[in-house]
Design a protein. Sequence first.
Length: 388
Amino acid sequence: MSPQKRPNLLYIHSDQHSPYVMGCAGDTLAHTPNLDRLATSGAILENCYCPSPICVPSRMSMLTGQHPYQNHVWTNRHIMDSGIPTFAHAMGAAGYRPVLVGRMHSLGPDQLHGYVDRLVGDHGPNHLGGSSVDRGVLEGTAGPQRISLDRSGPGQSAYQVHDEVVTAATIDYLNQVAVLKRAGQMERPFCLTVGYMLPHPPYVARREDYALYADRMTMPGNPEAFSDDLHPHLRWWRQHTGSVEVDRETVLRARAAYWGLVTRVDAMIGQILQALEENDLAGNTLIVYTSDHGDMLGEHGLWWKHTFYEESAKVPLVVSWPGAILPGQRYKRVVSAVDVTATMIDALGAPALPNAAGKSFLHLLVASPDARSEETGPGDEWEDLAFS
């Protein structure tokens, strides 16, 4: 593939987004017009699973294409060896200049891991023992503690502000790329990773976003009362996190805030997509949207992530590439987030990562209708998307 025809890459990675909270996933409450539009222009993969339902292990697995047992990042306190090649290293080897804006959640002194530039950093200290920022009344609400539910509702968190800065920096970067393109000085396609904090708790959403759901939020579809019949670990987890019993008002308030956070992420993604189109960069850009894990949101009586229920271990995956991926497709085959890494590397013609566990499914996404019917097996069919 010649440098002129190689695609740009816009890789958008959010934090703790349940795959079920999107209009394109069938949620009639969720207001996500931009993700829905992205899905109708390409494909949504319904059964993508994260390598670990915890932030750092999942992200480092996606970065390296290796599972936690391979790269030895098991928890949010493990530092990944800088000697392990990453997705960004592969992009660089292919002639791209990989740039990161925002969240990566890597611990330790290496805050690039192959990226040549990072326009916005993470939300807090990236070394163990570092002093955290003062979150005021929201202190403790980002983690799996009862205070996270009790202090949910309308408001503003530092995570929202962080993501607004990330969005502005991303748009500015795309504007600069467009200037070079118009001047005939764009030497290579761009390779941009955008890391968002939202919709990660605190379950606190801007008042206008919260108001969209406050009066029409629904209770979890799969409630589970605390009892001796629960698995011993789940009993301990609910006791440990103070979520043995959560009253209806708190459940609805926290869920309304979460849906509001998803809507805010969608709005920021919309701003980026608009900048891409206005700068005439959308035509040959592969866009990938996913997250590191989901959120239980009260299902089975659980909150946050940390478990292997579908709501926690499954992630959204929407892929669009004009002219390459047929629009309006729904893909049912089970894939892993490390497969997503391998697929992006394959699409951009970069060298495969050594010791990587993922397998590219690019040949399925870009295949013709006839080829798709041959490639997919029972239960793996493609379906047209129909959004109201």
